[in-house]
Write a protein that binds this ligand. Structure first.
Ligand code: NIG
Ligand code: FE
Length: 436
């Protein structure tokens, strides 16, 4: 069929509030991501559930019908808002399963230091890195943190992200960790995105505990964990396991306690060196192990055995000048793979499209695997697979209209933005300026 136009046009209806019903039709390619249940691995990691000349019909915030345009139109001939998606790719909103999006200040000075050859550890030793951001975040007011976070979430949404995991970890004491977690929730509310908060009290040893790491671990698994769980501020607990941060033994103690109080474990694993983070994630039956730049074969095997999802963060390899995780090896070992931006003051990356392209060029994922990693597997990595990550009846109407002729352009284009329209919970959240 001839593509009629590259413009997506709202043929009827209002954009800014949630319409009673929404119909997107004539997508050249609709990627539903429907198919094999559970986190996708092995060959299933390439299943995109592609429908040519596809259509999606939603009522309020949920998807009601999906199929070819003629099938969907025969069942739902009209809607209060209708989009003609001729010439475009329609797919689920990106799920970013790993960010540190709420913090104060910025660290642009470190780019110069990296250019001069300083490592992540060198920069931390010079007073940069995580602890610099901790100082700024402790000084910041909650309202400012939430507003800055919301602005960053809006920028991410303009690149197609509709659900975001966000970690604390720049407070590092009970009050400030609570402040950051509340700001994460408020940022999501302001920006209109779903956020999933993770407690990362074990991100670094704060200065007042210098030389007393065990005392800080006791604080994390005692007062801090209690402070963040007493009013349900977090869903997950993460630990940065690496040289100069937390040991496997310390992380095991923290995550064991976290699990007892209802938080699901995650691990920042083997980012700067192999300290056994991947194997620990498997032992703890963590939902995900993230980074994995230096993961051992034994750690990867253990993850595959326990079904731990690998969250790859290629933008961090780019920004920190460290090796890219071997995604091909993970897929070959049967580990389900997800991708995130890792948005943080070291890696200021708003774009899941860039993360996908980097994953294709440097982590060894195929474009189809990278798309699965940025949608359905990412949803599994943050426990939101019932609601997001695919275009299927009953899920939230979180949808993207992309101005590209085929899905393969997602792995191919570097650093641009193919997003023409973002639909979040059935509402048009963002339209590229100039789109009518
Ligand atoms: O995921 N690795 C630890 N934490 C972050 C970086 C945080 C920072 O540098 O501020 C990460 O890359
Ligand atoms: Fe991180």
């Amino acid at each position: 069929m001839m593509a009629r136009a590259h413009k997506v046009r709202a043929t009827r209806g209002e954009r800014r509030s949630t319409p009673a019903s929404l119909l997107i039709m004539h997508a050249s390619e609709l990627l539903t991501l429907g198919g094999t249940p559970g986190p996708r691995r092995w060959d299933a990691a390439s299943e995109l559930g592609l429908i040519e000349d596809g259509a999606v019909y939603a009522e309020q915030d949920r998807i009601v019908d999906v199929g070819t345009t003629s099938q969907v139109l025969s069942r739902h001939p009209r809607a209060s808002v209708q989009l003609d998606a001729t010439g475009t790719v329609v797919m689920p909103g990106f799920v970013d399963p790993h960010t540190h999006v709420v913090f104060a200040g910025s660290r642009e000075r470190e780019v110069e230091w990296k250019s001069q050859g300083l490592s992540y550890a060198d920069i931390a030793a010079r007073g940069g890195g995580i602890l610099q951001t901790v100082g700024a975040t402790r000084d910041a007011k909650e309202e400012g943190l939430a507003q800055d976070g919301a602005n960053r979430l809006r920028a991410m949404a303009a690149f197609g992200t509709t659900t975001v995991e966000a970690k604390s970890g720049y407070g590092l004491d009970p009050d400030n960790e609570r402040k950051v977690l509340r700001s994460i929730v408020e940022a999501g509310r302001i920006a209109g995105l779903d956020v999933v908060p993770t407690f990362l009290g074990a991100h670094a040893i704060p200065p007042e505990f210098g030389g007393r790491p065990e005392a800080y671990v006791d604080l994390v698994l005692g007062d801090m964990l209690e402070a963040v769980t007493s009013d349900g501020l977090a869903s997950f607990c993460d630990v940065f396991v690496d040289v100069g941060y937390f040991s496997v033994d310390q992380a095991r103690r923290i995550l064991t306690k976290a699990r007892e109080v209802g938080l699901r474990p995650k691990v920042h694993a083997d980012e700067l060196s192999d300290t056994g983070g991947a194997a620990l994630a498997a032992e703890m039956q963590a939902v995900s192990a993230d980074h994995l730049n230096h993961a051992s074969s034994e750690g990867i095997e253990a993850m595959s055995h326990e079904g731990v999802i690998a969250v790859l963060l290629p933008a961090t390899s780019l920004a920190s000048h460290i090796p890219f995780a071997d995604g091909r090896r993970l897929v070959a070992a049967g580990v389900p793979v997800a991708i995130g931006t890792d948005f943080n003051p070291n890696t200021w990356c708003e774009s899941m499209q860039l993360a996908i392209a980097l994953a294709c060029h440097h982590n060894g994922l195929t474009p189809a695997e990278a798309i699965t990693a940025a949608t359905l597997n990412a949803a599994h990595a943050i426990g939101r697979e019932q609601d997001v990550g695919s275009v299927e009846s009953g899920k939230l109407a979180d949808l993207l209209v992309l101005d590209i002729p085929s899905w393969r352009h997602l792995g191919y284009r570097l650093g641009g933005n193919a997003v023409e329209t973002v639909v979040k919970r059935g509402r048009i959240l963002h339209r590229r300026p100039g789109t009518r």
